[in-house]
Design a binder for this molecule. Structure first.
Ligand code: HPA
Length: 242
């Protein structure tokens, strides 16, 4: 048990899917896992461990933003020894991405000071685990999902941030904006686990197009399946997902 996770030491799998919303964690566990047990409800940050194609997996919420995500991720790494964390979520899109595309975040830039606080004030190059990223690209081909590698930006300000930000993101060919990836990747580097963020473009900041609510839920299941195929490339893909 750790401060924010009320689970026995062996109750959490080595592979964790991490949506932001704990209700999405429950939804994904119900949709994809068998032999499922709830492993956390502290602060309603629901987590479940079960099996997918015979592989042990935990799905747990991480909350919104780097501070919340970092609490759960740090405890998952330090107290539960997790080896890989796949963030499954949504992001705003910029430039030539389309609503519904899946961005595999190769890098995570940020306006957060979180990593600088751990890195002597210097700028950390926050990168995905290459093996997971390559595996996810192959999994996307197998599942025929419109996935692409992308640079993303994790902001601390959902509202009223830097008015110049979007122009700067476009200038640097950053095509996704969300609130967690750079913190997850920095922690992965320091704590020594593998990480990848897989993000459905839920709204487009240039065109104003948004994804309908039902499509968001179905899209999330597809991304979670993509994450599972990427994490367990040798496992057979269920007929419904193929
Ligand atoms: N900003 C931050 N996070 C987001 C956005 C956004 O525009 N869209 C989806 N997640």
């Amino acid at each position: 048990m750790s401060l924010h996770i009320d689970a026995a030491p062996d109750a959490i799998a080595a592979t964790v899917l991490l949506p932001g919303d704990p209700l999405r964690a429950r939804f994904l566990a119900e949709a994809l896992l068998t032999d499922t047990v709830q492993i956390n409800a502290r602060r309603n940050m629901l987590g479940y461990t079960g099996h997918w194609q015979g592989q042990r997996v935990t799905v747990m919420g991480g909350g919104m933003g780097i501070p919340s995500t970092a609490i759960y991720v740090t405890e998952l790494a330090r107290h539960y020894g997790v080896q890989r964390i796949l963030r499954v979520g949504t992001c705003g899109g910029l430039g030539d991405v389309a609503v519904g595309d899946v961005l595999l975040a190769q890098s995570g830039s940020t306006d957060s000071r979180f990593n600088r606080m751990q890195f002597g004030g210097h700028d950390l190059a926050c990168c995905a685990d290459f093996g997971l990223l390559a595996s996810a690209m192959q999994a996307a081909t197998r599942l025929r999902l419109p996935a692409r590698m992308a640079h993303v930006f994790s902001t601390d300000c959902f509202y009223d941030g830097d008015p110049q930000l979007l122009a700067q993101l476009r200038r640097h060919r950053i095509t996704g904006i969300e609130m967690e990836t750079a913190g997850l990747y920095g922690l992965a580097m320091r704590e020594g686990f593998q990480a990848l963020a897989m993000l459905a473009v839920s709204d487009h900041l240039d065109t104003g197009e948004t994804m309908p609510a039902e499509q968001r839920e179905q899209g999330l299941v597809r991304i979670a399946e993509l994450a599972l195929v990427a994490a367990f490339p040798a496992a057979p893909v269920p007929a419904a997902a193929a």
